[in-house]
Design a protein around this ligand. Structure first.
Ligand code: G1P
Length: 277
């Protein structure tokens, strides 16, 4: 199974970053000088996914503008030293195609993914939650690692990491049997359990490679935790068919949906990437 498309749910409000996100998509918050979403798109492209499908919502038009040329600006700085700052985004825009659709009502991650069905069609796809910023500075980016696992096992894969027990209620939690080093066959999943109910401390993070049958599973998913259509519930149904793997990835993940995680990611990127250039 190889994914050529990558879906980005990007309709959320980013309320934890208000007022900054009042008139700007949270996916455009910069990590030093690059917007969050650019890191996700770069990771997808490095894994061989060049069809970028973005589920947006009202107020998200800057995302479309970012993945286009800004003719006036580019004309102004053409030939100057400033032009080099556009090198990475220009390369990414040339390498990928971008399609957008809007989620009109916020009904949860499962619903956002289902909204992307028309863009993805009937093929395997990557799914990246851009809030989760992943770095693996000494090796393959996380999505590339996932692509390798999905293709070796011909199976859907979700990225997981061990989290401290007191944080399990922030994540989808996975139970499974290790079938080789760092690869588990998932037997069940639960979205944001209470600490005392959590069946393990193995948490899903925002990197997935999924077969298109997940869309049918989402369609038959009833609203779950928080009254929302939970992707985790649909993944749990997929797991019951024995066709879902969890992969303990190599690298660092930052929760840029929280202020602490965002600041930690910014510092990490500045110290380990920007500062060393
Ligand atoms: C979402 C998913 C959850 C997953 C998490 C990873 O939750 O629903 O299963 O563990 O992303 O970041 P959210 O953080 O959007 O509430």
């Amino acid at each position: 199974m190889i994914a050529h498309k990558c879906l980005f749910p990007a309709a959320g409000y980013g309320t934890r970053f208000l007022p900054a996100t009042k008139a700007m998509p949270k996916e455009m918050l910069p990590i030093v000088n690059r917007p969050l979403i650019e890191f996700g798109v770069e990771e997808a492209n490095a894994a061989g996914m060049s069809d970028i499908c973005i589920v947006t919502g009202r107020g998200k038009r800057p995302l479309e503008d970012y993945f286009d040329v800004n003719f006036e600006l580019e004309h102004q700085i053409a030939g100057s030293a400033k032009e080099s700052s556009l090198r990475q985004i220009r390369a990414l825009n040339d390498a990928c195609t971008y399609t957008f659709t809007r989620q009109r009502m916020m009904r949860g991650l499962g619903d956002a993914v289902l909204t992307g069905r028309k863009l993805v069609g009937n093929e395997a796809f990557g799914l990246i939650l851009a809030d989760d910023l992943c770095f693996n500075l000494d090796g393959d980016p996380v999505m590339k690692q996932m692509q390798d696992v999905a293709s070796a096992f011909d199976c859907s894969v979700i990225a997981v990491m061990d989290v401290p027990q007191d944080q399990v209620s922030n994540y989808g939690i996975v139970v499974g049997d290790e079938i080789e080093a760092n690869v588990l066959q998932v037997s069940s999943m639960v979205e944001k359990p209470r600490v005392e109910d959590a069946p393990s401390n193995l948490a899903v993070i925002g990197r997935y490679i999924l077969s298109p049958d997940i869309f049918d599973f989402i369609e038959s998913t009833e609203p779950g935790a928080g009254g929302e259509i939970q992707l985790t519930d649909a993944l749990n149904a997929l797991a019951q068919t024995g066709k879902l793997l969890a992969y303990r990835f190599a690298g660092r993940r930052f929760d840029c949906g929280s202020v602490d995680g965002y600041v930690a990611a910014t510092n990490y990127y500045y110290r380990n990437v920007v500062h060393t250039c």
